[in-house]
Ligand binder design. Sequence first.
Ligand code: AMP
Ligand code: MG
Length: 412
Amino acid sequence: MLSVSEAEAIILNLVQPLDQKQDTEVVNLLAASSRILASPVTSRMDFPHWDNSAMDGYAVRYEDVKNCSAENPAVLDIVEEIPAGYQPQSTIQKGQAARILTGAVMPEGADTVVMQELTRREDNRVLIIAASKPQEFVRHRASYYQAGTQLLPKGMILNAPEIAVLAAAQSTSLPVFRKPIVAILSTGNELVTPDKPLQPGQIVDSNQYALAVLVKQSGAEPLMLGIVKDEPIALEQAISYAIAHADIILSSGGVSVGNYDYVEQVLELLGGKIHIHSVAMKPGKPLTVATFSSPHHSLYFGLPGNPVAALVTFWRFVQPAIKKLSGLAEGWEPRFVKARSLHELRADGKRETYFWGQISLNQEGDYEFQLAGGNHSSGNLINLARTNSLAVLSVGQTLVPVGEQVKVLIHN
Ligand code: AMP
Ligand code: MG
């Protein structure tokens, strides 16, 4: 059986990221939030656009103030007042200064700003009572960014800071990757939708909803295909529709060794190439991964039906695959940290074992992992609520005593 890291390497290697030419669309600035840039952005503007003042104070010539002090102030004539948004009219000559406010354009002739607190105003003159450093409190044109160079790289996710930069650069329409389409289908004769009364033996298809939410959170578009019976013909129809319409297909259930587990058989019938049959992890062992090359390249995940196992395998393998496929240049790998376990964690050491719980920062700023209460069966969906992470015991690791460090995958 494949180890988790072997399975991860195979999966990430099978991902074909969206194409920079074909798989893009142009959106406006607000719609670009949380989207991924499909080409680098450059600007024709320098940042700052002009030399400006970093302080409220006086724009001066350094030569005029370099030797002054409280006992021997420089006395300068004020020739102009320059608020923000105003174009200075005069050139500062020897013995002159301009009153200037934060962000305002530096006047010609001046090279230094003296902060207001180190001056004394007397009518139309200002006394400078401490020496400045040359060019102090001047923000120079192009010192943050030079026109024509790369402002933001391709493959970057656009969050508030990037949207602010793009707004400032007046880049109002942006090339972004389209959202990957992820088809979701639930297999099982026992499944019903949440709005139907339950007959004996039936259970609600919760996986469809959980997976749709996770797909959205991963930046993709869920295509919810509903419940499919454990019948080869029904599965064949649903899966062939899914591979024609999606970049990634997620099914849950039907991948164990039971008599009604037809998914792998149908995948092969439809021309799928199966790369993974099972993974040495707990929960999540019966994970199937396949690829299709027609009608276009698609990646198929047959997730286990058990609700917890379906989500654990999603967090561990599917989420990074969606993010890598979506064009993200970096940061698609799962996020692991070390945390102090508040509970004893025990495993048989045969498979990599995942424990669901809640990670938080304690008062010292260190991570702590609190195991979810109750029964840790992969069939128990209820205690998965209010969790945000998975503690991981590797193969061979059978015990994490209370208070010891454990590796934790943060998934929210
Ligand atoms: P399977 O992998 O099909 O053998 O399913 C394993 C267990 O997960 C069974 O108890 C199923 O009833 C349950 N299960 C399967 N699919 C779903 C689903 N979509 N939502 C909730 N539970 C499911
Ligand atoms: Mg089933």
